[in-house]
Ligand binder design. Sequence first.
Ligand code: GLA
Length: 387
Amino acid sequence: MTIEILKRELEARYSDSGSAINYYFSPGRVNLIGEHTDYNGGYVFPCALSFGTYLAIRKIEEPVIRMATTNFDFKAEIPIGTTYEKIGEEWVNYPLGVVSELTKRGDKISGMEMLFSGNIPNKSGLSSSASIELVTAVALNDLLGLGISRIDLVKIGRAAENHFVGVNCGIMDQFAVGMGKKDHAIYLNCDTLDYELVPIKLDGYKLVIANTNKPRGLADSKYNERVAECQTAVKMLSKGKPITLLAQLKMADFSKLEHLITDEVIKRRARHVISENDRTFEAVAILKTGNLIRFGQLMNDSHDSLRDDYEVTGIELDTLVAESRKIPGVIGSRMTGAGFGGCTVSLVKEEAIDHLIKVVGENYLAKTGLKADFYVAEIGDGAQKLT
Ligand code: GLA
């Protein structure tokens, strides 16, 4: 999407001639390892992608916010108010949630016309929601001169999702799309928000994303169910050690305390989170030594734990991962994001990529009846103003 096309589209959709049009972009993200650890105060290791959400926006005199997108037909005109209501399950709830959070803080919002255009595959688990939240937050902060720090914009994006959209997500996605840097992954401690940008040098290998294209029907409610299960685990474990978040335990502590969890399902959920947190810590350390093989094994272990203990994979993700691992030149393959559909990410020798796309694509179609899409990931920068 070029700025020229966005400009033309915006002018064609809105008759109002407001002030100058400004352009912003916010990426999607892929998480390399550290899944379902963020809301447990653990480590994550995501990177921003080169595709994402574009926004053309201008201030207008009328006290309304107009929102439209080139991706869906639904559009909205919302009077500026002191509170905002969620509109069904529509896409506008993400930017509107940001407006609502800013308003709650006491920031003064004025009339706007906004046109979004995204090239992140919808509901693919590559954070199209965080992307639209952050592009909105960054643009409004800039245009209205709100003076909010980037990290606070990240928190506002998450709050929009938690309080307005109703998904109890952690901070990983908004952090990755807000703070990402080209050719780097972000090693983030989701409890303290301390982070390090780690250069991703893959030496003859590439990250290949494969989209299951599975419709993600009940994903949000199942996600919230996992968050609640982790809270139950904390309650039970804290009888043995005073913890408030699962990631405050290492696997060595967990082995001594797991008898306190009386429910087998809850025990497996906790085991995933704590082992995944240990794995993420090791994975980042090992990547810095250049040992891609071990990094790939940890990616595999991560998926297996998400499949067996956390139970967020399903036949589509498991098939893509199993078929990818059969391809010579693949050293790691796992689901990425929340799961329940969405995408996998694999570490693949460059020469093997075409073969992988062909063979995995065919076998996946034969086994599931669905056509997968493949992307070679390019790691891009976080949300920004375009000139
Ligand atoms: C979704 C959420 C994130 C994170 C991942 C799982 O992407 O938005 O906060 O919990 O799932 O790691």
